[in-house]
Design a protein around this ligand. Structure first.
Ligand SMILES: C[S@@+](CC[C@H](N)C(=O)[O-])C[C@H]1O[C@@H](n2cnc3c(N)ncnc32)[C@H](O)[C@@H]1O
Length: 321
């Protein structure tokens, strides 16, 4: 099935008007789009500027003109667009993986989620949105500078009141109990299996994300030993389509190399705990290189794939023998 999505520009049902201080998503095309704040100052593009006070009082979904006559559509930013504007001191989770994880975790308003590590806060924001307004995300990050940056990022989304940020390594134990879900995204996730088991309510879900097969294997083993039942391991590939009439076909590049593993296992004392475990290659790199692939970006991608690359090479050698 092919999904097609577009954003309407005529505000028939969108009646909310822009207030001073609101964030807006200014859209020229898929490559040229920006987040700005309605109110004071000017917003400069390479094709003219916009007086930001002129946005106040407009309805979302209208066009405005820059000083050089360029049309920009004005939308209320989604979390997706806000996350694209985040500063990224770390790799971030790719949207397709975030969406699937939230569905698998079964998150809903009122849930309690523990997360480690916070990184740039991309996943934190999505978790916060899923459990709002009555739930809470407790996110752990051992690098203070990353946590500060993530806090600023999540504040931008307006969701930070749902989040408790902890500058802490929880490998000796999370401060929470009876959490509905645990999310682990760091290099040595197996260290968090015991603490997560202690912090989760019986039947609570766990999702993990790692960049290599080796990490996956180690984590899966720790999960089985730690009282979880392996539930699912999955790789998600996303293919975009060109939509020009008469030329509708897949884009020549696709977001591949992203893998996601899910696992489920019995919680020895509480019955069953479901786990999702996922891992992903090149998440941020592919994310940020959707426009141009540069030599720097390619080598950054390559650096994330050493084991994968060796494996493929070995197979070919075997075939030749
Ligand atoms: C890949 S990033 C997480 C990215 C995040 N999911 C996002 O979407 O923005 C991994 C983070 O885990 C943090 N981290 C690694 N080991 C940790 C530990 N033992 N305790 C807390 N945080 C840790 C790292 O400092 C890093 O910021």
């Amino acid at each position: 099935m092919i999904w097609f999505s577009s954003i309407r520009t005529l505000a028939v049902t969108l009646t909310a008007s822009i207030q001073e201080g609101d964030l807006v998503f200014l859209y020229q095309d898929a490559r040229r789009n920006w987040i700005a704040r309605a109110g004071e100052g000017r917003f400069h593009t390479h094709r003219g500027y916009l007086d930001l006070k002129d946005l106040v009082g407009l309805e979302y979904g209208v066009f405005v003109k820059t000083s050089l006559g360029q049309l920009l559509a004005v939308f209320k930013p989604r979390l997706l667009e806000l996350v694209n504007s985040f500063s990224r001191p770390t790799q971030i989770m790719y949207p397709k993986d975030i969406g699937y994880a939230i569905y698998q975790l079964g998150l809903k308003d009122g849930d309690t989620v523990i997360e480690v590590g916070t990184g740039s806060g991309a996943l934190t924001g999505a978790l916060a949105q899923a459990i709002a307004p009555n739930g809470r995300v407790y996110t752990y990050e051992n690098r203070e500078e990353f946590l500060k940056s993530a806090k600023k990022n999540v504040e931008k989304t307006g969701l930070s009141s749902q989040v408790t940020f902890r500058n802490m390594d929880p490998s000796e134990g999370f401060l929470e109990l009876n959490a509905d879900a645990a999310v682990i995204d760091l290099g040595d996730p197996w260290k968090m299996v015991g603490p997560a088991w202690e912090a989760l309510a019986g039947g609570g879900m766990l999702a993990g994300f790692t960049p290599t097969v080796n990490q996956l294997e180690k984590l899966a083993e720790a999960l089985r030993k730690g009282g979880f039942l392996v539930f699912e391991a999955v790789e998600l590939l996303m293919r975009e389509f060109k939509t020009e009439t008469g030329k509708v076909r897949p884009e020549s590049r696709m977001i591949g190399h992203c893998e996601r593993i899910s696992v489920l296992s019995p919680n020895l004392s509480f019955g069953y705990q479901e786990l999702i475990y996922s891992y992903s290659y090149l998440r941020q790199s592919m994310d940020s290189s959707r426009g141009e692939i540069t030599v720097e970006k390619m080598s950054a991608l390559w650096n994330h794939l050493p084991r994968r690359r060796c494996y493929v090479r070995n197979l070919r050698q075997q075939h030749r023998q």
